[in-house]
Design a binder for this molecule. Structure first.
Ligand SMILES: Nc1nc2c(ncn2[C@@H]2O[C@H](COP(=O)(O)OP(=O)(O)OP(=O)(O)O)[C@@H](O)[C@H]2O)c(=O)[nH]1
Ligand SMILES: [Mg+2]
Length: 426
């Protein structure tokens, strides 16, 4: 698949970005984002060619006149690759490469490359490889062009063609293997999650567009040290942290960020991780308060689309507008007025974090009960399982037994009803 790769160790590659905008569409922000993607993939955008038309040209993406423009710009800017802001059909990509005589890469390939470079866990790597193979399969071709010519005649299969068939078969076999492996790891994770769910520790998931500050919020709230950087898709592997606030234990999960036109193959490959990590009790939808309104809304829509796709649409959520430290007071007040239910935060300065914690606590408040228990010394099992819940416990050893004060999830509180001293038994 090396012919789709943008990432190079040496000098960043110089790229001309091409895009098609429908009537009345302003894709400036999206093209800026493409620039960010390219920089993350160690390439530099050195020019752009945009065509206004209702739909991309079916065979060549851009029309013939615009292709001349691209050709001229390639030479003028000494660019060596053309990057398309949309996913190209295999035919479009092939045509463009033939007509322009340079490598042509589409948005999906760029995102796949970044994912490949940022995947650390074994499962993340498998998922990216799966998405890459699915993407490459219909695009496999051309490596044996010189042999293809030997085939020629009607009904004959040249050696080039049969080699391609072999390669495709190998790739399909690998796809099947990857799917099985991913299914196995995700089964294991599902077991872990069930264990967590059984403890009824409330779980909070961070979701949102890439680079909005999800990992920074996780770090600020839980005192962790998850990698946060001004790069797109810094986080790929989900991280779950235990977290105690106002005497209650929670888990908080940070996972991959979303982006407009997130390649479907990636969503599919990552769906098991996403479903399990996002399927918490509460989603914090984190958005960038410092983005323009239009941009932010487009980003929020992209996030909602993916949440929908992975079946998380019905999970309650709190909108968190992060990076408010970048706003002037007036804009900040306007935002607060426009989104009365949202929490304004700045992970960087700690601003608004208390308010966020209070909102999370309020959301779960109905699900917790303050209990006082007297557990007989003979009942070590009950004590052990109480501790296993992970909730902070106040403990007092008395001659009659162990006195416990804790906030327990309602279901757990019921389970220990027989030990309760703060109100009648069952
Ligand atoms: N000014 C400002 N910058 C912030 C804030 N929170 C995060 N950042 C910066 O935004 C960039 C992205 O932060 P991350 O926490 O990595 O964002 P993320 O949402 O986890 O990003 P991905 O993992 O790539 O999806 C980093 O450079 C952070 O330092 C904030 O409240 N204010
Ligand atoms: Mg992150």
């Amino acid at each position: 698949m090396s012919d789709h790769h943008v990432i190079r160790d040496a000098e960043p590659e110089r790229a001309i970005v091409i895009a098609v905008w429908g009537q009345g569409v302003d894709g400036e922000a999206e093209l800026d984002e493409m620039g960010e993607l390219l920089r993350t993939a160690h390439a530099v955008p050195v020019g752009r060619v945009v065509q206004r038309r209702t739909n991309p040209h079916p065979r060549t993406y851009l029309g013939p006149g615009k292709l001349d423009e691209v050709r001229a710009l390639l030479a003028q800017r000494s660019a060596e690759v053309v990057v398309c802001d949309d996913e190209l059909s295999p035919q479009q990509q092939r045509q463009l490469e033939n007509l322009l005589d340079v490598r042509v890469v589409d948005r999906t390939a760029v995102i796949l490359d970044i994912f490949a470079a940022h995947a650390h866990s074994a499962e993340g790597k498998l998922q990216v490889e799966l998405a890459q193979l699915e993407y490459a399969l219909p695009r496999m071709r051309g490596m044996w062009k010189h042999l293809e010519r030997l085939g020629g005649g009607v009904g004959t299969r040249g050696p080039g063609e049969s080699q391609l068939e072999t390669d495709r078969r190998l790739a399909r076999g690998r796809v099947a293997l990857l799917r099985r492996r991913i299914a196995e790891t995700s089964k294991h994770r599902a077991t872990m999650r069930k264990r967590r769910a059984a403890s009824e520790t409330p779980s909070v998931a961070l979701a949102g567009y890439t680079n909005v500050g999800k990992s920074s919020l996780l770090n600020a709230l839980t005192g962790s040290d998850v990698s946060a950087a001004n790069r797109l898709f810094e986080t790929l592997d989900p991280t779950t942290r235990a977290y105690v606030f106002a005497g209650r234990a929670y888990t908080m999960t940070d996972t991959v960020g979303f982006i407009r036109k997130l390649p479907h193959g990636l969503v599919e490959a990552f769906s098991s991780t996403l479903e399990e990590t996002i399927a918490g009790d509460l989603i914090l939808h984190v958005a960038d308060a410092s983005a323009s309104e239009e941009d932010r809304l487009a980003q929020e829509r992209a996030v909602e689309t993916v949440l929908d796709e992975i079946g998380a649409a019905s999970i309650p959520r709190i909108l968190v507008l992060n990076k408010v430290d970048l706003l002037d007071p007036l804009t900040r007040r306007r935002l607060a007025n426009a989104y009365p239910d949202a929490v304004l935060t700045a992970a960087r300065t700690g601003d608004g974090l208390e308010e966020l914690e209070a909102q999370i606590a309020a959301f779960f408040a109905t699900r917790f009960e303050a209990v006082e228990l007297l557990v007989p010394h003979t009942d070590g099992g009950a004590l052990a399982s109480l501790y296993a819940l992970g909730a902070p416990i106040e403990r007092d050893d008395t001659p009659d037994g162990v006195v416990i004060r804790a906030h327990l999830p309602e279901a757990e509180a019921r389970r220990y009803a027989a030990f309760r001293t703060d109100r009648g038994g069952p």
